[in-house]
Design a protein. Sequence first.
Length: 323
Amino acid sequence: MVISSGKEYYDIVSSFPTDEKKFDINKLEYKENEYFVECKKVEANNSIESDSFYVTCLKTAKYMKELSTVYAKDDENKRCKYFNYCANDAVRNEKNSHNETKFMSAYKDLTYELKICEGKFDYMDDIIFKRVKNLHDIYYEYKKFMNIIQSPTHKNCPDFKNCVNKYSTYIGTCNDQNHVDFCSALQKFKTHHLHNMIHILIKCDDNDVALPSPEIPYAHNHEDRDGRFDLNEADPSEMSPDSYPPYNTAIFTVSIILVITFTFFILYKFTPFGLWLEPRIRKIKKILPNLIEDKNILKDFERKHINLQNSPYNVQYHVAENS
């Protein structure tokens, strides 16, 4: 059985639906006369005897057919990866681990019946599936948070604890080299959060919406295969700071600079802060040339004083005051 790698999902999970279109097998509706033939056919072809599979198949088929119109044709890879994730979710919802292979094979057959992502379904390793689901849940919670932030009817800061709790739980695994790609995806989420800070800080205090940084360990080769990684076996505690990838710090630093720059721009242009700051800037501009000139005079004096001390004559003299 072909098993998908994790990285190809972690890199695109931010594009998965996070609104009412989010896949939830328990909330999906179905009609008996829709996709009846297709689901009965794949059920029979794979010798499935589960009472619940048929209804789950009807729901999943209806969902994929309707949502296939939402994703553009040039996003076929993302669309198929998401549908494959949904099918894996439906399989696990059956809570029948002995028949998961049959169920997944049936959903792969269903892609041909529906002419959607034909043959592009495969079974996701349990660890990879759980991580993708965790990432998707974070983005889902974050979407709800941002909806309130952007709503003009809500004046107060919405509760950010759900995102913080989920995020903090997941980054707890980031001191393990086996989670490099997953932790990089968590960093991507945090960067996305920082880009939204200019809007968030209008309603929220920065301490209430802060996220800790994932500690991404260094690896010479962290290609994800079957939920495992080929890493060098060096002890992370013995590595020098220079051996860690610099992109996390760089991304974080640039994001903070952008947030601060935009924040000061908004404050300067559209709040009384600009009126308070502008005369002080003018005052500094007037004082600065004088300070520079004084500094140059002082340097010139010090240079002459040193030359005088180094003179071979070293003449001592006094200047009489004018009476």
